[in-house]
Write a protein that binds this ligand. Structure first.
Ligand SMILES: C[S@@+](CC[C@H](N)C(=O)[O-])C[C@H]1O[C@@H](n2cnc3c(N)ncnc32)[C@H](O)[C@@H]1O
Length: 383
């Protein structure tokens, strides 16, 4: 794929962009197979064909750094000297996201939101984070050093809504510290609605500002369908979804007579998952009343249960499930585990700690084209 920002050297984030997409995916597939073979020597998993993303317009969440000045803000990234590089035409974003960037730039000027100057440690607005729902609705979060501009944001919200009619949720996130993170802990919701509805077929996930959501919604939909299909094969009566976020896997796995338990550290994400389950139940989705969600540490929760579920789905952060949970699953007697991973290095390490759970099937999901990253999902079956 061609990108003017890349060709001109203004942005080099997509490190593989010069490699044809098919070659990128083939290389990732080879790397994944190599890592799984290292983690599970002797296993011969059946590799299903990779699930391919669109080459452009696939990123449904934009985390843009704001820099420049109130009258000429940049929305994009910082260069090595900490100056803003405007990337509002970045081809990774779908049109509704790209179309929001000039409007947000205009809002910055109108509401006098002073961009944060990293080298000088001066200013207020650090990032804008925009998420697009399948319905076209948008969530816009302004990450600011303080609440200094709160009243001005509220004042200009009607203007923003007029210019961005799809705006469903707007928030002010407060990040006072000078550190390289995207957002702070405090979130002030500026709109009546506090969550974005991510409609994925029969399941509507509710995304609150601080909850995790996969950045490529089309591939996330495929991922949930793939995992639900594997889970259904053994008709389990009980399923756990560890690291469940807003409940993507768990809610795709509800079936009549099945008990599904999601476990997640974020209280807000669990509140969203519970809401989705209740809505599905109200809508008459069979088995939705069998879904429960627990706030807690996945490792502490799982390892304190008297018995394991028939199938365990895990989707940990990049660090993987770690030695303690891997050892517990290995000893638990669980017959099937579905491991969805965004880091095949930690996946391989975890597989090595579960030698009785053998990868029998796997699939690469092309979640992050033009980068070295990908999602991988592996079905493990007890020897
Ligand atoms: C890769 S995300 C997966 C989310 C979800 N499965 C999905 O598809 O959207 C990892 C999730 O693990 C949660 N998390 C991180 N550490 C955790 C822990 N120790 N126990 C439970 N959840 C944790 C994060 O809040 C995040 O929602």
């Amino acid at each position: 794929m061609r990108c003017d920002y890349y060709d001109s050297g203004r942005c080099r984030s997509c490190t593989l962009i010069e490699t044809p997409h098919a070659v990128q995916v083939a290389d990732k597939q080879a790397g994944l197979e190599r890592l799984v073979a290292q983690g599970a020597p002797g296993a011969r998993p059946e590799w299903l064909p990779p699930l391919l993303s669109a080459e452009s317009g696939f990123r449904t969440k934009a985390k843009m750094v704001v820099a420049g000045s109130v009258d000429a803000p940049t929305i994009g990234i910082l260069d090595p000297a900490g100056r803003g590089v405007d990337l509002r035409g970045c081809p990774l974003y779908p049109e509704p996201l790209s179309a929001s960037f000039p409007v947000l730039a205009e809002l910055i000027t109108r509401a006098r939101l002073e961009p944060y100057d990293v080298p000088e440690r001066r200013g207020e607005l650090k990032h804008v984070i925009v998420t697009l729902a399948p319905s076209g609705d948008l969530m816009v979060r302004f990450v600011m050093r303080s609440t200094e501009a709160h009243a001005r944001l509220v004042k200009h919200l009607p203007w923003l809504r007029e210019r961005l009619p799809a705006l469903a949720v707007a928030t002010l996130n407060v990040l006072p510290e000078h550190k390289a993170v995207t957002e702070g802990e405090r979130e002030i919701v500026l709109t009546e609605r506090a969550s974005l509805t991510m409609e994925l077929g029969a399941v509507a996930l509710h995304l609150r500002p601080q909850s995790f959501f996969q950045t490529n919604t089309a591939i996330a939909r495929d991922l949930y369908a793939q995992v639900a299909g594997w889970v259904d094969e053994s008709a389990p009566a009980t399923v756990w979804d560890l690291y469940c976020g807003v409940g993507g896997f768990a809610l795709h796995c509800v079936r009549e007579g099945r008990r599904v338990t999601g476990v997640e550290a974020s209280e807000q994400a669990v509140a969203s998952a519970r809401l989705s389950a209740a809505e599905m139940d109200d809508a008459g989705v069979a088995g939705a009343d069998g879904a429960t969600f627990v706030v807690g540490d996945a490792v502490a929760w799982a390892t304190s249960q008297p018995a394991v579920a028939d199938v365990v789905v895990v989707n940990p952060p990049r660090r993987g499930i770690g030695v303690e949970l891997a050892a517990w699953l290995e000893a638990s007697g669980v017959s099937r585990v579905v491991y969805s991973s965004c880091n095949a290095v930690t996946l391989a390490r975890d597989l090595a700690a579960m030698p009785s759970l053998v990868p029998v099937r796997g699939r690469l999901l092309d979640m992050f084209p033009h980068t070295t990253h990908y999602e991988a999902v592996v079905l493990l079956q007890r020897r």
